[in-house]
Structure formats: C-alpha cells, structure tokens
Design a protein around this ligand. Structure first.
Ligand code: ZN
Length: 151
C-alpha cells in the first residue's frame, strides 16, 4: 500500500476524498482521455480555452487510485487562468520533480501544492498514476483523439 509519511499525505487524502473540478463540461473545446493500464486509472479531461490561449476552465471525470485522483484534482486547480505555454511549463516542472532522485529538494515555490506529489518518487510505479492527468492535458491541448496510455 502506498504510504506517505509526511505532511503531503494530508493534501493527497483531501484531494482524493473531495476532488476539485470533478465534473463534466458541456462547453469544453478540448477533451482527452487518459488510461494507465498498470493501475487501472482512467480519466477524461475537459478544458475550455479562449481565443487568447488562456485556460478559462478545466475539469475531469473518471475513476482511479488515490494518487491519480488527487493529482488530477491538484492539476485542475493549478491550470485555471494559465496560458497553454504556462501549462506545458508547469508539466515540465512537475515531470522533472516526480522522476527526480528522492533526495533532490523539491522546488516548493514553483510547484506550490503540486509538491505534495513528490512522495511518489519513492514508488516508481506510482509516478504513472501521478502523471497520467498531465499527459492527458498535453493530449487535450494538442487536440488528439487517441486515448493517452502511460504504457
Ligand atoms: Zn493509479
């Protein structure tokens, strides 16, 4: 079982128990599906992006483990109001964080609440759970129709 030892655990538990922006979106202009066969996590991501390329709204639906749900919830909170470029750059920072060595200090200033997911570094199989929503976001921005798979 996944065991987070520090204060980060609280954020994960909270966002898993009551995920933010957990609903469909009728006027979404970008959607993508994500699937992590290793764990069984599935999610559909919805985004509404305006003419200036700013993410006005983002939400998700699906079913998955605590890490995938909490990660998607935290991600949607961070993406609102960001440009597509800023969203990609946040993903790059997040990705660098979750694949970094366990002893690498986390850049809390840049990652904000997303740093709660740094705990997955100790559990390599969980990195896919945590990054599924981000890969799905990339697909939504690119407007691809194929389901994103982490495998
Ligand atoms: Zn999972």
């Amino acid at each position: 079982m996944f065991d987070l030892k520090d204060l980060y655990q609280e954020v994960i538990v909270d966002h898993n128990r009551s995920p933010r922006n957990f609903h469909g979106m009728e006027d979404a202009n970008r959607t993508a599906e994500g699937f992590n066969p290793l764990c069984g996590d599935r999610l559909t991501l919805y985004m509404r992006i305006n003419d200036q390329g700013v993410i006005e709204d983002v939400s998700f639906e699906g079913a998955g483990c605590a890490i995938s749900t909490a990660s998607a919830s935290l991600m949607t909170e961070q993406l609102k109001g960001k440009t597509e470029a800023e969203a990609q750059s946040l993903f790059n920072g997040f990705h660098d964080m979750v694949i970094s060595d366990v002893n690498t200090p986390v850049d809390d200033a840049a990652m904000g609440k997303l740093s709660a997911l740094a705990g997955v570094r100790e559990f390599p199989s969980r990195v896919k759970c945590a990054s599924l929503c981000w890969h799905t976001m990339t697909a939504a921005l690119a407007n691809t129709d194929e389901t994103v798979k982490t495998e």
